[in-house]
Design a protein around this ligand. Structure first.
Ligand code: BTN
Length: 252
């Protein structure tokens, strides 16, 4: 058995603006052990993707950051960190939920149940020279929240799906263990397994849908992911696209 890394040290905060910001500052003053988790029971200024804020009611959800030092990865392969995190989160959710609705990864790293968002991830990497020196993986998983107030289009929590109230400590422990197993796969270069699993869980893969690509509405099918983590699509007119994070919007 490999020694677990992720979650072996936990820093608990009653409140902070954002665990990612807190972790970033911490990394400027010390080098915590790899796998250290910083969890806050209340975030006053949680950060989402694209400068959005992340809504999370105090004491109801998991909002935490994980510190990794993935120096073994080439910076060009940083998408693998997003990949393993998304897979670890889904592994965990599948231990709690059996639903007819599909649990999927909306590229690059939103976790969806049906057409609703259960979990968001914000990964911040530091690259020095040609080395990926530090990675902060911020995770917001909606657990027990029952009402969402912000204008986020489609949030949902585990409790809203199952009716069960979950213990946050246990969820954190189990979720870290699932992500740890996927990190172990990454460290052991089981790239093909991670890629196959990621693709098999990709939201809307091989289905025709509308997207906004470079500001144009395009009817297209997601066909895969490039080795740098871009989304590959083929339009109904057989035009091929490889899109980075800000170049494609799903029409939901
Ligand atoms: C998204 O917009 O989907 C990403 C949301 C990420 C939210 C988490 S909550 C813990 C960590 N700290 C933050 O400020 N953001 C991330």
């Amino acid at each position: 058995m490999n020694k677990p890394i992720i979650g072996s040290h936990i820093i608990e905060l009653k409140q902070t603006a954002s665990t990612n910001v807190y972790t970033d500052k911490l990394l400027h003053s010390e080098k915590p052990e790899e796998g250290t988790v910083i969890i806050a029971y209340k975030q006053t200024k949680g950060k989402g993707q694209d400068q959005n804020t992340w809504e999370s009611e105090a004491n109801k959800n998991l909002t935490f950051s994980i510190i990794l030092y993935p120096e073994f990865l080439n910076p060009s392969e940083q998408f693998r960190l997003i990949e393993l995190t998304s897979l670890g989160i889904i592994d965990f959710i599948k231990t709690l939920i059996t639903t007819d609705k599909e649990i999927r990864i909306k590229w690059p790293n939103d976790i969806y149940i049906g057409d609703q968002k259960l979990c968001g991830t914000l990964v911040q990497n530091s690259i020095v020279g040609s080395e990926l020196t530090e990675c902060i993986i911020g995770i917001g998983l909606n657990v027990n929240q029952e009402k969402f107030l912000s204008d986020a289009p489609n949030p949902v929590s585990l409790k809203q799906i199952t009716g069960v109230s979950y213990k946050l400590h246990q969820c954190l422990k189990d979720l870290c263990s699932c992500i740890d197993k996927r990190y172990y796969q990454l460290k052991n270069k089981q790239y093909a397994q991670l890629e196959t699993d990621y693709l098999s869980l990709l939201y809307r893969i091989n289905e025709m849908h509308d997207f906004i690509i470079h500001e144009d509405k395009v009817r297209a099918t997601i066909t895969g992911i490039t080795k740098y983590g871009q989304l590959k699509l083929e339009s109904i007119e057989h035009k091929i696209y490889e899109c980075g994070m800000k170049e494609v919007v799903y029409c939901l």
